[in-house]
Design a protein around this ligand. Structure first.
Ligand code: FSO
Ligand code: SF4
Length: 526
């Protein structure tokens, strides 16, 4: 196997051997390569043909399944390979049956990518991993009935480029286009979420768990949470969010359910410790699933494209009865359990989406003009297990008192239970939501730039991002496609950035590797 798509990759260079650091087996990794090769074959076959909704679904699901911490099951990946090949066959039914096959629509051999020239491999990796992240967002929009033809078509265009023998000059525009189209995809998901569930509003969420049966829901899929809330209504079962599901509390149509009680646990990498003794089942709707330990593996359920060998998978009919029965069997705690966040706080606040922040735009602008607000930081992104990620906690703690901290994604658990006080009636710490809500952060930045009649890069705003997996890659590409410069990225730089491509990003976008909070703050504010 070879895989170097996430931040925890072995030796900061690539997972090889029998198993990746994430627990993905070599067999699953090789099958994921075969799936990706089949998707490139589908992209090739789409050239001059018109793939329809079923091909788009196979494309989106196939890409999403290869995101880190999503699919560990050989069987599930094999079924997806079959589904992709059926879609290709439907597009080019006679292909390969002529006397002199041209191999134009063949599946791609991923070995060609992993052994390519390092700069070409780097650019193609940016495209491929960006597409994987974007597919996750397209998937969540699709389950809510929202789809966009430009987004769908770009999956084929991007993958086609990965399979071609192109130069750096030919690949670079596709890298930037991946970011541009991902903005459209995140906008689509924002529209889907806010149309179906309403505009998020600031909401305090307890970290305590009440007595009685309960279910913990992890991942990013709001539709699954909605369905589970409906199926548990009146059954005496409480629902708690976990990790990236926390922002669900802020959506009016989800919040109205009285049995949506609070949030359990912190970011994904702590799950093996946090789920160890929990008297309740856990439902994973998306990443980040870690290999369950013996002590709790009978309590983990998966759905959508998440899969793990021998775990109960809730299929597309969405009958959550096995999860509900497990919650009733385990019974929950006998007394209220008071949990805290990483810094000892017992509640967190979420729901500062672009709708809420922009409704206070006048207040924000006058606080900047009066000097009450000196700087904005967006400290967000994915969390991870590597040491060094307390950089983000320390950065937030050391940020000056006249600064506003916007945050999003699971990296926020490093500091979201801190009380940072207020400036001019505005909380200093505002949780904008999940990773996909980076769309909202872009919207706020563009609105501020307009209010101050300057470019985004001229605002007193710095993006301090933590990356872990491929959704962070597509978000980074979106920010670059908007021309946003001076981003601080950490805790380590992606292994798939070759020295040549990294030099390009530094020269053109002035990307900085996060170093030490005090040094970075000094450089930013000095
Ligand atoms: Fe985190 Fe995992 Fe949202 Fe990622 S839970 S690491 S960027 O999947 O998706 O922030
Ligand atoms: Fe390694 Fe990350 Fe790939 Fe897992 S997803 S095999 S940890 S690089």
């Amino acid at each position: 196997m070879f895989c170097y798509q996430c931040e925890q990759t072995a030796g900061c260079s690539g997972c090889t051997g029998k198993m990746g650091v994430c627990g993905k087996s070599a067999t699953a990794a090789n099958l994921q390569d075969e799936l990706t090769g089949a998707l490139i074959g589908l992209a090739r076959a789409s050239d001059g043909n018109q793939p329809g909704p079923s091909a788009h679904k196979a494309m989106i699901e196939g890409l999403f399944a290869t995101v880190t911490n999503v699919s560990f099951s050989d069987e599930a990946i094999k079924q997806q390979i079959e589904a992709v090949r059926r879609e290709k066959e439907a597009l080019v039914p006679q292909c390969g049956q002529c006397g002199t096959p041209c191999v134009r629509n063949d599946d791609y051999d991923m070995e060609l990518l992993w052994t390519a020239d390092e700069d070409i491999r780097s650019l193609k990796s940016l495209i491929l991993f960006g597409l994987r992240g974007m597919a996750a967002y397209a998937y969540h929009a699709l389950v809510l009935g929202y789809t966009d033809e430009e987004v769908n078509q770009f999956f084929y265009k991007g993958l086609f480029a990965v399979g071609e023998d192109w130069t750096m000059e030919e690949l670079l525009p596709v890298v930037m286009e991946t970011g541009k189209v991902n903005l459209k995809c995140m906008e689509l998901l924002d529209k889907a979420n806010t149309t179906v569930y309403g505009t998020p509003a600031p909401t305090e969420v307890t970290l305590s768990v009440e007595p009685g049966p309960f279910i913990v829901v992890s991942g990013h899929d709001l539709k699954d949470l909605e369905l589970l809330l409906a199926q548990t209504e009146g059954k005496g079962i409480n629902i708690y969010t976990h990790s990236e599901m926390l922002p669900a509390h802020a959506y009016p149509e989800l919040k109205k359910n009285p049995h949506l009680k609070g949030n359990f646990g912190t970011a994904w990498q702590n799950q093996q410790k946090e789920f160890d003794a929990i008297p309740a089942p856990v439902l994973f709707t998306t990443n980040c699933l870690m290999p369950p330990k013996e002590s709790y593996k009978d309590r983990v359920f998966t759905t959508e494209v998440v899969s793990y060998p021998q775990m109960v998978h809730i299929d597309d009919n969405k009958d959550f009865t096995p999860v509900i029965e497990k919650a009733l069997e385990l019974g929950g705690y006998s007394q209220t359990q008071r949990f805290t966040g990483i810094n000892g706080g017992n509640q967190v606040t979420t729901g500062f989406g672009h709708g809420t922040i922009l409704s206070a735009a006048d207040q924000v602008v006058s606080a900047v003009k009066s000097g009450d607000i000196g700087h904005f930081f967006l400290v967000g992104g994915c969390d991870g297990a590597r040491p060094g990620r307390n950089y983000y906690t320390e950065f937030v703690k050391q940020a000056p008192e006249d600064s506003i901290i916007l945050t999003l994604a699971c990296g926020k658990y490093r500091f979201n239970d801190l009380d940072l006080g207020t400036i001019g009636g505005l909380p200093r710490l505002m949780d904008m939501g999940q990773c996909n809500d980076a769309y909202g952060a872009v919207k706020v930045a563009l609105a501020l730039a307009e209010a101050f009649e300057c470019g985004v890069n001229d605002l007193p705003l710095t993006l301090v991002l933590s990356w872990f997996e491929q959704k962070a890659v597509c978000i980074l590409l979106t920010l670059l496609s908007l021309g946003i410069k001076n981003i601080y990225l950490g805790p380590t730089l992606p292994a798939f950035l070759s020295p040549g491509v990294l030099a390009y990003l530094i020269d053109n976008f002035n990307i900085h590797k996060a170093s030490a909070p005090e040094e970075d703050l000094k450089a930013i504010l000095g």
